[in-house]
Design a protein. Structure first.
Length: 345
């Protein structure tokens, strides 16, 4: 079966298409003035609330722009993601948003897309290409704000567990901040390092964290710069009855995360995050600007905010919708905007 036939069958079976507006968008530049613009969203990860919210934001922005959005769901499979980029090219997509992944498996197929005249945007995967804009959450700011909170609550002398998997651009950027933090604070001792990224991240990390905490009873801080890592760490801390002396600091947020952070006795005390739905919308807007010949810039950054357990409880925040309503900076970004681009609903 050809690549094109496999793609058509897969899309038909999954129904992962956001229908376009045939009439186009009034006042928009070409090609959005006449509609029928196909954009592909190719994903490495789709498990977890963050990725579901990202997809929802991308869908909403695509609908507002009249984009026919074709979504290729990620299954943590680098070879499959690579093939999906090629399928998106065969589909005739005018732009491709690549969401996470391993750069070494994507750079050459992304180059093929660029050579074919397709606009490519990358979210949290560094394809190191001058013609591929990079959307990111300002991971360095995200990690620094989390670590500033760690110091505020724990001082500069403690034993820590650190959860990390190399090879993922956002985690690597956050890791660089952790390395600098340790160098600047010699009283911070990393006693254990572990992690995994899979379709069962939280449960595997929970087992790893339990082993690390049993082997290193002096650990009082867990740095988990991804919310699925934090979920696993929280499972371990609770199972070992250590919630009264071990604190967890993370990155990213979802409605489910808010519930886990704010529940009574939770060891998960803070996270730093952007709104994943906003990041999804920004990714689509960047692709739209590129298609309209309006350069979105080489790096499009969505700034994160600190969300502490105390602040969330005090504000009565229980959902992402609450965050959007009560913290306007969380619910909106001016990144990759233009007067002709409508806001998502």
């Amino acid at each position: 079966m050809s690549v094109r036939l496999r793609l058509c069958a897969a899309v038909a079976a999954l129904g992962l298409s956001t229908a376009a507006w045939a009439g186009g968008l009034a006042g928009a530049p070409p090609p959005f003035d006449h509609g029928d613009v196909t954009v592909a969203l190719v994903r490495y990860l789709s498990v977890g609330d963050f990725y579901q919210a990202y997809e929802a934001g991308a869908r909403a922005q695509a609908k507002a722009l009249g984009i026919d959005l074709r979504i290729f769901p990620g299954k943590q499979d680098a070879a499959q993601e690579r093939e999906q980029v090629e399928q998106a090219v065969a589909l005739g997509a005018k732009a491709i948003v690549i969401d996470h992944g391993l750069p070494e498996s994507l750079k050459d197929v992304a180059q093929k897309a660029v050579d074919a005249g397709i606009k490519v945007v990358a979210f949290d995967v560094n394809l190191d290409h001058p013609r591929i804009p990079q959307v990111e959450q300002s991971d360095r700011a995200l990690a620094q704000k989390a670590l500033d909170q760690v110091v505020q609550e724990n001082g500069t002398s403690f034993q820590a567990a650190y959860i990390y998997v190399a090879g993922f651009d956002p985690l690597d950027r956050r890791d660089a901040v952790w390395a600098a933090f340790k160098a600047a604070h010699p009283g911070v001792i990393e006693k254990a390092r572990f992690g995994t990224v899979s379709d069962a991240t939280a449960s595997v990390v929970a087992d790893q964290a339990k082993a690390a905490l049993r082997a290193n009873p002096g650990i009082t801080v867990i740095v988990a710069p991804y919310d699925e890592f934090a979920r696993g760490a929280k499972l371990a801390v609770n199972e070992l009855n250590l919630a009264d002396r071990v604190k967890i600091y993370s990155a990213d947020v979802s409605t489910a995360d808010i519930g886990e952070i704010t529940e009574p006795g939770s060891p998960w005390v803070a996270t730093v995050a952007t709104n994943p739905a906003v990041v999804g919308a920004v990714s689509i807007r960047a692709a739209a600007l590129a298609l309209a010949g309006q350069d979105p810039g080489p790096r499009i950054t969505v700034e994160p905010i600190l969300l502490t357990q105390g602040a969330l409880r005090e504000a009565g925040v229980k959902t992402i919708a609450d965050l959007n309503a009560r913290i306007p900076a969380f619910g909106h970004s001016e990144a990759a905007t233009a007067p002709w681009i409508p806001k998502p609903h």
